[in-house]
Design a protein around this ligand. Structure first.
Ligand SMILES: [Zn+2]
Length: 229
């Protein structure tokens, strides 16, 4: 298929395999008259959802995030789930108006259809000027908004819409030997609930307190990020 470019080229992007596959599915769906997510799609009376409980050290009250999904093309081979709406509840009313506004905007984006995974990155990139906090397991959470982003991310991953970053087998094995060497050298007291050595510092890439210094190199035991290649 040829396409004449009449305007000045100001940017370009190469379509990768996944995007191509998605475009193909969309083209397929159009020819087969399949149901797609769009804003005029009528909301069914009943939607199934998942509720995530989030407890932050910033408030004594937990936050409950409910995400309801829409099932499209139910019963066909093109059956898929799409997030449709999000509700956030808490006894703590401190952030009420912002959280409510955020949930309405997120729901609106989902109902428009298309790939909404960018929301996760946008939310996770929000930093609280008062400083974030550490969660169990040494994960640094830069803000409450980022926490909401993480909840949505785990929901999308569970639905298979977003893919997790899986480490290669040899990389896992390499990190395990690094970890054993480190623990042997400093006789680290490992806290079973935390999972990573106590001396580990915060990794700049995955925000988990899992970066150790070995042979002058900083290596993250969680995501494998290393300053020495
Ligand atoms: Zn890391």
């Amino acid at each position: 298929m040829s396409h004449k470019i009449t305007q000045k080229i100001v940017g370009y992007k190469v379509v990768n395999k996944e995007e191509q596959a998605q475009l193909d599915t969309q083209a397929n769906a159009q020819t087969q008259d399949l149901e797609l997510m769009h804003e005029t799609l009528k909301r069914p009376e009943v939607l199934f959802g998942t509720t995530y409980k989030i407890k932050t050290p910033q408030s004594e009250h937990a936050m409950y995030i409910t995400i309801n999904d829409m099932v499209l093309n139910a019963g066909t081979e093109f059956e898929e789930r799409h997030p449709y709406e999000i509700f956030i509840n808490s006894k703590n009313m401190e952030h009420f108006q912002w959280v409510l506004a955020l949930t309405r905007l997120i729901s609106a984006v989902w109902r428009k259809g298309g790939d909404a995974c960018f929301l996760v990155d946008e939310l996770k990139g929000v930093f609280d000027p008062k400083g974030g906090y550490f969660k169990k397991g040494g994960v640094y959470m830069p803000s409450l908004v980022a926490e909401i982003g993480c909840a949505i991310e785990s929901h999308l991953k569970r639905m298979g819409i977003m893919k997790g970053h899986e480490m290669e087998h040899h990389q896992k094995a390499f990190l395990e030997t690094k970890r054993q060497e480190f623990e042997a050298s400093v006789q680290a007291v490992q806290n079973a609930s935390e999972g990573f050595p106590e001396q580990a510092s915060l990794c700049g890439k995955c925000h988990v307190k899992a970066a150790i210094v070995m042979d002058g190199c900083v290596t993250c035991l969680n995501c494998g990020e290393s300053k020495c290649g």
